[in-house]
Design a protein around this ligand. Structure first.
Ligand SMILES: NC(=O)c1ccc[n+]([C@@H]2O[C@H](COP(=O)([O-])OP(=O)(O)OC[C@H]3O[C@@H](n4cnc5c(N)ncnc54)[C@H](O)[C@@H]3O)[C@@H](O)[C@H]2O)c1
Length: 258
């Protein structure tokens, strides 16, 4: 068991990459606090955990709301006295050309992807500093590294996550706390499926055509499974990555290598 007894806090655990990560970490022995804005999805994740339900707490948390995020961290500390691994995974995507991009959609992207990442780190950092140990893992994206058609607003938030992660790594290095990100490419989750469906509607082509485009972005010619991204997150949570901080792992099937 690679994270046996580690206290793990994970946001966005009700779906996709977060759900697969929760299931993997449970199998690997973690004691987890899983949160999401979607309570039904969170309950389903809990049900899907085969080993380690007794080590798992679920909590409805909206990462846009600093009080709810602070409460999640406070409850974790009350219950477990420390946090070993913080996985800042909750995210949203909205796509469309910048000239017609709704302001409220951009607000949502910034509030969840950027400010949500900040709040989640903000309230946990004092405990990490006190402990002088731990690993923080954020979710960037290929969209942080390259441009994607009709993704300008999303790209700007994910590039922001990458910058935030690097800077926080510097702040926390003296405290023996590592901060890294993963950058998934096209990963088969409800988020990507909705992104593809919206682009198909906007461009009046079929879902399958857009799906094929995404598959061909990576040199491996297929989407990732959420489990493949969870594996990278697990690596960053363990001592196997003990000399990595401020780094980003591109799990993108070669998309950004071409
Ligand atoms: N799927 C991909 O192709 C892909 C690629 C690159 C990066 N990512 C990133 O990976 C992360 C996970 O994405 P996914 O593909 O699993 O998406 P997903 O939509 O399947 O899961 C995202 C989860 O975040 C939750 N969430 C959204 N807003 C929230 C809020 N305000 N508070 C709390 N939880 C909230 C959702 O309810 C959902 O359960 C995101 O940060 C995403 O940007 C995904």
């Amino acid at each position: 068991m690679r994270v046996k007894g580690k206290i793990v806090v994970l946001t966005g655990a009700a779906s996709g990459i977060g759900r697969s990560t929760a299931i993997l970490f449970a199998r690997e022995g973690a004691i987890q606090v899983l949160s999401d804005i979607n309570e039904e999805g969170l309950k389903k994740t809990y049900e899907m955990i085969e080993e380690g339900k007794d080590r798992t707490t679920i909590m409805k948390v909206d990462v846009k709301n600093p009080e709810e995020v602070k409460n999640m961290i406070d409850i974790t500390i009350e219950k477990h006295r420390r946090i070993d691994v913080l996985i800042v995974n909750a995210g949203v995507v909205r796509v469309g050309p910048v000239e017609t991009f709704p302001d409220e959609d951009y607000d949502l992207l910034i509030d969840v992807n950027l400010k949500g990442t900040h709040y989640t780190c903000k309230y946990a950092v004092p405990y990490f500093k006190k402990q002088k140990s731990g690993s923080i893992i954020t979710l960037a994206s290929v969209a942080a590294h390259i441009g994607q058609v009709a993704h300008g607003n999303y790209c700007s938030t994910k590039a922001g996550v990458l910058g935030y992660t690097r800077a926080l790594a510097l702040d926390l290095a003296p405290y023996n706390v590592r901060v890294n990100s993963v950058s998934p490419g096209a990963t088969d989750t409800p988020m990507l499926q909705s992104d593809v469906a919206k682009q198909a509607r906007d461009r009046s082509v079929t879902y399958e055509e857009i799906k094929k485009e995404f598959e061909q972005e990576g040199v491996m010619g297929r989407w990732a499974t959420p489990e493949e991204i969870a594996s990278g997150i697990l690596f960053l949570a363990t001592e196997e990555s003990s000399y990595m901080t401020g780094a980003d792992i591109r799990l993108d099937g070669g998309w950004t290598t071409q």
